[in-house]
Each structure stands twice: as structure tokens, then as C-alpha cells.
Ligand binder design. Structure first.
Ligand SMILES: *[C@@H]1O[C@H](CO)[C@@H](O)[C@H](O)[C@H]1NC(C)=O
Ligand SMILES: *[C@@H]1O[C@H](CO)[C@@H](O)[C@H](O)[C@H]1NC(C)=O
Length: 500
């Protein structure tokens, strides 16, 4: 079995196979003409087919492109928020009356016709809690996957009702989930030129969105603000945080009270993280000693090419780096067999590694779409066109912006479920050790201390000042899904500066 890295780290990516438009939907019929590159498509197709089955997700489209005259969407300009009225089972455990749950569109200003969809959940604890934004990876996967399977206020039951999640991150924050980059989830555009190809554009859109959000919610603009996310968000988050920081320095708009960033099982520094694959795989007995030497021999070329992608930035160089590095991952997965590479404790059962089909069924119901105010737009769990458009971004290194954030007092927290292969804790710990900041020596010398949740040792923490690294036990790629209580405690104590 051969699964490409390209359909993985960037959790849950969907591809070219289920794109024929159904009648009644106004989405583009052949979206992936956007920036498909011949080099990757042929193999991508077969591998995508396999992966789609493995995640049990079936988006009808590769992206949401709509016609200008779609009447169901004409009212969307500026910000449009809608109080969500969905019945939720169980007890919110909330002291807050009149919980605000909003589903919203924001008209992105620096685009031809893009609208970014987001959910905004006011804190179940207090409106004075920090504002936290969550970004799912992909690239191209909807943040609703995290909302319903990881850290949102509610989860979807077997009969497609909603029930309160005791460990939703809205218990400690005013929580935003955005569908981005444009084309992901319920986000859409009238023009395919709005599809983003680099982190500069991605982070500019996110910055514009924050400006629009705080303009609409001035009562929250003084709150502390944190950026969080997972997987490919290891790219988005440092770029976005740097953009916010610059905007603050240049006094571009509303000051964003950015206090910290947290990345879970992310891909941030590919050259270092790919180097860690053979070591992680051997230590976890996914490969033998004899395989190790062979696979390790692939590392120098990958590192060399990734570094030249990063310094040169040319698309061709970056795509070639990608091919070289992907070899390392593919070789391991080939030997490891049907292991779930998001959680090596698990195997894939038949065709399925994870089953996220409830989100697909739930969000595409007419009653739900009406409650969310999304018109005729269908929910795209993971968008192939968004993914393909960012192909040359994959091998670039995004840890370079982090020293500036640290020196400016912005907290940086990197965490990783220890059972994830694809964005494993080892590679993440290596790049964190390499961050060139004033506290580096002390960070390297800092002791590893237990991270306790309810009296049980749930992970290992290393920190110095405002940089922290947490390895979470008994968790794969999706830490808040596997260890919900630990993840909520992590968020809460980290924001209070009391992780240890
Ligand atoms: C759906 O399932 C939940 C528990 O999972 C149950 O409480 C509820 O009554 C069920 N609703 C319907 C309509 O069957
Ligand atoms: C990023 O993409 C935009 C188009 O969306 C382009 O104008 C810009 O030059 C690109 N920036 C970089 C750094 O590649």
C-alpha cells in the first residue's frame, strides 16, 4: 500500500474523484482545472480514491465556485452573521445566559468575490475569556472537522443530532472556526482567481477577516487573542501570526491583542521533520533496523532539496523537493502495512482508517444549511483545488517568523500526540529545539516535566519562558479528539501561563 504524504499530513485531503456536479447546485462543474500540475495528478487520482474511502468523506466538489447571480447568496457583503438555532442535547454546563452561536460569512476585501465562512461560539464560561481562532489543515480541509470531532461546543450523534461536548474549547474561550483558504468548507468565491497559492495571500485574507470580525464585535477586541490549529496549520499559523504582528506594528487597523500561537501535530519545518521519519519509525517498530539504513539514505537529498526550495522558492524546485521527501514517508508506510499513519496504535479496518462521514451527512442536510444561512452551498470537507493550488508551499519552512514573535513576547506552544506518524512529535521537537531565539540555550537545558491532568500523567512538557513543547500520551494526530480533557486543560493553563 502506498500513500503519499501529500494526502496526509494536511489531514484529510480529498481529491479528483467525486467532482461531477449534481443538478440544483450552482458550483462549478470542473473546478480542478485551476492549478493541477500534470506531474502529480496521475498518481494523485488513484491514491486519492483510496484515501477518500479511508476517511469516509465524500465531498461532491473540489471547491465551491458559484455564479455571480446565485440568488441564495446575494445578501452576502461585508459581514453577515446568523444566530444558529439548532437543538442541542444534554447540558451545556454553562453559567452564561444567551449563548451566542453564530454562523457567518465575511466578504474578503482583497478578492474578486470570495466569502469566508466561519462559526463563532461565545464562551460558555465568560465573555471576558480570550478569543481563540482554530485553523484545520489540509490544506483545504474544513475547520468544521475539528469543530465536530475535536474541540467544538458540540458533537454529532449517530442519529445526526447534536450534543454538548464537555471539553469544548468554548469552555475557556470565545471560539472561532474559519473555513479557509477560500474554497474550503462552506467558503466560496465567484472567481477562481481568488484561490490562494501562497501563505502571503492566505495570511492577508485571515488578517482582513480578523479586522472585519473585530469591527463587528468591538466588545471582544480588547480580549486576549490566540491562534491555534493543527497539521498543515503548522504553515498557516506562523505566517498568520507574523501578519497580525506586522499589522499591529504598522497600526494598519484595529489592534489585535495577539498573545500566543499553538500548533498541534503541525508541519512547520519540513527539512527537519522529514529527517525524523526513519528514527520515529524505527523507535516505534514500524520498520526494522535493516530498513532503517535504506530509508535513512533517502534523507540527505530530501534535506538538500527542501532547503533549496526554501531559499529559492521557485515552484519547480519546491515540487521536486516534495517528490524527494515524500519517498521517505512512502517507504515507511509501505513496510508498515495497514497502520493508520495518523495514529499508529490503530490499523485501518477494511477501507476505513477514520470515519468522519457524520459531518458530511449533518452539514449537507437542508435544515442545517438553512439554520447556517449558507444558501445552496454544499459543504466541502476537503477541497482538492485548494490543496493543489498550495502544492509549491508544502516544502517551505515556516519556523523563521517564530523568533520575532518570541522576542515580542508572543507565546509559542507546540504540542503533538505521540502516536502520530505523519507529523510526529520527534520531528516537531527537533525543529522547536532549533528555533534561533534568545532563550534557546535555556530551553535546550530545561528539564522535561510531567503534564498531569486530574492526577494522571498525560504527557511530557518542556518549557522555558514563553516557548513550550508538549508531547501528549495516548493521542494521535488529533489530540483534542483522543485526549479531550487534557487538550482543554492544556489550552486553559497555557493561556494563563501556567502549563507546568
Ligand atoms: C439521538 O441519539 C441521542 C443519543 O445519542 C438520543 O438521546 C436521542 O433521543 C436520539 N434522537 C432521536 C430523534 O432518535
Ligand atoms: C502570492 O500570490 C499572489 C497572488 O495570489 C501573488 O500576487 C504574490 O506575488 C504571491 N506572493 C509570493 C510571495 O509568492
Amino acid at each position: 500500500m502506498e500513500l503519499p504524504f501529500s494526502f496526509s499530513c494536511w489531514l484529510l485531503s480529498m481529491f479528483v474523484l467525486f467532482l461531477s456536479a449534481s443538478p440544483g447546485l450552482l458550483c462549478a462543474r470542473h473546478p480542478p482545472e485551476l492549478s493541477l500540475r500534470a506531474s502529480s495528478v496521475d498518481t494523485a487520482k488513484g491514491q486519492a480514491e483510496m484515501l477518500i474511502r479511508r476517511l469516509n468523506l465524500f465531498p461532491k466538489h473540489g471547491i465551491n465556485l458559484v455564479r455571480d447571480d446565485d440568488e441564495s447568496l446575494q445578501s452576502v457583503s461585508g459581514i453577515v452573521e446568523k444566530q444558529v438555532e439548532l437543538r442541542i442535547l444534554g447540558d451545556p454546563g454553562s453559567s452564561v445566559q444567551d449563548l451566542g452561536h453564530h454562523a457567518c460569512y465575511y466578504r474578503l476585501p482583497h478578492t474578486v468575490g470570495a466569502r469566508m465562512f466561519y462559526f463563532f461560539f461565545e464562551s460558555r464560561n465568560s465573555k471576558d475569556d480570550p478569543v481563540v481562532i482554530w485553523l484545520t489543515g489540509g490544506p483545504g480541509c474544513s475547520s468544521e472537522l475539528a469543530l465536530f470531532y475535536e474541540n467544538g461546543p458540540y458533537q454529532i450523534t449517530g442519529n445526526l443530532s447534536l450534543e454538548w461536548n464537555d471539553y469544548g474549547w468554548d469552555r475557556a474561550s470565545n471560539l472561532i472556526y474559519v473555513d479557509q483558504p477560500t474554497g474550503t468548507g462552506f467558503s466560496y468565491s465567484t472567481n477562481k482567481g481568488d484561490i490562494r497559492t501562497n501563505e502571503t495571500s492566505v495570511s492577508n485574507d485571515l488578517y482582513d477577516f480578523l479586522q472585519g470580525f473585530f469591527e463587528a464585535h468591538p466588545e471582544f477586541s480588547g480580549n486576549d487573542f490566540y491562534i491555534t490549529g493543527e497539521s498543515y496549520a503548522g504553515h498557516y499559523i506562523p505566517a498568520f501570526a507574523s501578519r497580525v504582528h506586522q499589522g499591529n506594528i504598522r497600526k494598519e487597523g484595529i489592534h489585535i491583542n495577539l498573545k500566543g500561537i499553538a500548533i498541534g501535530n503541525g508541519l512547520t519545518n519540513p527539512a527537519i521533520q522529514f529527517k525524523a521519519f526513519p528514527d520515529f519509525a524505527l523507535a516505534n517498530k514500524l520498520i526494522q533496523e535493516s530498513d532503517y539504513d535504506n530509508i535513512k539514505a533517502l534523507v540527505p537529498d530530501c534535506v538538500k532539496q527542501a532547503n533549496s526550495c526554501d531559499s529559492n522558492g521557485d515552484d519547480e524546485v519546491c515540487l521536486s523537493a516534495y517528490s524527494s521527501c515524500i519517498n521517505i514517508f512512502n517507504s515507511i508506510v509501505k513496510i508498515a502495512g495497514n497502520v493508520n499513519y495518523y495514529d499508529i496504535r490503530k490499523t485501518c479496518q477494511g477501507q476505513l482508517c477514520y470515519d468522519f462521514s457524520r459531518a458530511d451527512s449533518f452539514l449537507n442536510q437542508d435544515t442545517v444549511k438553512k439554520a447556517l444561512g449558507v444558501g445552496n452551498i454544499g459543504w466541502v470537507a476537503c477541497g482538492v483545488a485548494v490543496y493543489e493550488a498550495l502544492q509549491a508551499d508544502w516544502m517551505k519552512n515556516y519556523d523563521k517568523g517564530i523568533p520575532t514573535l518570541l522576542e515580542s513576547g508572543i507565546r509559542v506552544h507546540i504540542y503533538a500526540g505521540e502516536e502520530d506518524l505523519i507529523c510526529n512529535w520527534l520531528g516537531n521537537s527537533w525543529w522547536v529545539n532549533e528555533i534561533k531565539w534568545s532563550g534557546r540555550k535555556q530551553f535546550l537545558a530545561a528539564p522535561i516535566v510531567p503534564f498531569n491532568v486530574g492526577g494522571a500523567k498525560t504527557g511530557e512538557l518542556k518549557e522555558h519562558g514563553i516557548l513550550s513543547f508538549l508531547k501528549v500520551y495516548k493521542a494521535g494526530h488529533l489530540v483534542p479528539m483522543d485526549q479531550p480533557k487534557a487538550a482543554l486543560q492544556m489550552l486553559k493553563t497555557w493561556m494563563q501561563g501556567k502549563l507546568s
